[in-house]
Design a protein. Structure first.
Length: 415
């Protein structure tokens, strides 16, 4: 029996990247080499300019220092006159030794004046060159480091949930371009991951709607039968309440997936109108629980999605009504514009909330002192949706426990 031939081996992988030509490390235009050449060249140019200025000043000083300190005048009778040395103007009246000493003193004085003049002018030239060098160095450093500003601006845009932004830095293949390309690759992977996650949640929510709607229809049909036994009607009501809770959970998941995205289409929305509509929707439930709703809604216009902003106000007011005291409770809903931001504040009476529990309230499926437990007050997504919608609009939500119980929820949105 013939031996089975071995499968052909795969060709070896190339050890070089064909997209980027290989370059020796010393030829790559790195930031270190560019800065070295830039500042070394600036230092060389400044040194040449300074030497040239000193040379010109020294030449001028030597011209001044070469002038004779005295002049010999007269044709037949020789006499000496000097503006720098008045002591030798009358040479016949002083001894020869004093005359020679006066000439030496004059020469020394003239040389010292030339050196002092050279030093003062050199210092002025150095000061001028220093100012020019600092200004030129500042401009060149800004030009070299400008890609960092572009990277920072893109990172800030991404921090605002805009994962579609890219740096796309052009220029030499240095460390900054490598950093920008790596950052772009990371953003690409993050965007794909977030898009896949949101698509999964959205598809799952849509797929769950159909069986839940069918269940609700069948339960309502059986409950409408007057001849149905009491036990069956009681079971049907329980199943219908459970089905309604599941529908709320699916709607909340779908809204949470939508609100995690940056709002693209923005329209003017008045928070006062949004808060008023939320209060009207919850007023019947509040009256049934004996909770009084009050507060002044001043105009506060923002740009955003009206449906999502209404969800913020509705969730906050519903939570304030449902998590309240049994008797004598109240909810205050106010809107206003403060420090260039539209502010929605919902305060309520209620149980005492520890400060360390505040952050847990914004996590999905978590409630005060409970986690993933059943409740007739909600599905545990209300505050998570509020935080996501506020972030998608560039805003924030802050929670603060009130003295005596209850919470104060403050939503700030840019105007």
């Amino acid at each position: 029996m013939a031996a089975t031939p071995a499968p052909p081996q795969a060709p070896p992988k190339p050890t070089w990247d064909p997209r980027r030509p290989a370059q020796p490390p010393w030829l790559r235009p790195t930031i270190r080499i560019r800065l070295t050449l830039l500042y070394g060249g600036m230092f060389l140019i400044a040194g040449i300019l300074l030497l040239s200025i000193i040379y010109l000043l020294a030449a001028q000083a030597l011209n001044t220092g070469n002038e004779p300190p005295f002049k010999i005048i007269g044709a037949k009778e020789i006499s000496v006159t000097s503006d720098a040395c008045p002591a030798i103007n009358n040479v016949s009246s002083i001894p020869l030794a004093e005359f020679n000493r006066a000439i030496s003193d004059c020469i020394d004085h003239q040389r010292q004046d030339a050196l002092d003049n050279l030093l003062s002018r050199s210092l002025l030239a150095l000061l001028g060159l220093a100012v020019i060098a600092f200004a030129f160095g500042y401009a060149m450093a800004g030009r070299v480091l400008s890609p960092l500003g572009r990277i920072t601006r893109t990172a800030r845009a991404v921090a605002g949930s805009d994962l579609s932004r890219r740096i796309e830095l052009d220029g030499p293949d240095d460390e900054l371009k490598e950093l920008a390309d790596t950052f772009d690759d990371m953003l690409e992977r993050l965007q794909r991951a977030f898009t896949a996650q949101q698509r999964f949640v959205g598809n799952a929510s849509h797929e769950l709607r159909t069986p839940l709607a069918i269940n609700r229809t069948l339960l309502e049909v059986h409950l409408s039968d007057p001849n149905a036994p009491v036990e069956l009607q009681q079971l049907g009501k329980t199943l219908l309440a459970t089905n309604e809770r599941s529908e709320q959970l699916v709607e909340g998941l779908l809204l949470l997936a939508r609100s995690d995205n940056q709002i693209v289409e923005r329209k003017p929305v008045d928070l006062a109108e949004v808060a008023g509509q939320a209060v009207d929707q919850v007023r019947a439930e509040a009256e049934a629980k004996g909770v009084r709703i009050h507060g002044e809604q001043k105009p506060a216009v923002v740009r955003g999605n009206g449906v999502l902003l209404e969800r913020i106000a509705l969730n906050l007011v519903q939570n304030a009504v449902r998590y309240n005291v049994p008797e004598g409770g109240w909810v205050e809903v106010t809107t206003d514009v403060q420090a260039g931001h539209a502010v929605l504040v919902v305060s309520n009476t209620g149980p005492v909330v520890p400060a360390y529990e505040i952050d847990n309230l914004f996590e999905p499926f978590r409630r005060l002192r409970t986690e993933r437990t059943g409740s007739d007050k909600g599905v545990g997504l209300g505050l998570s949706i509020v935080r996501s919608v506020a972030r998608a609009h560039g805003g924030h939500i802050y929670a603060r426990p009130r003295e005596g119980g209850g919470l104060e929820m403050r939503v700030t949105l840019p105007v």
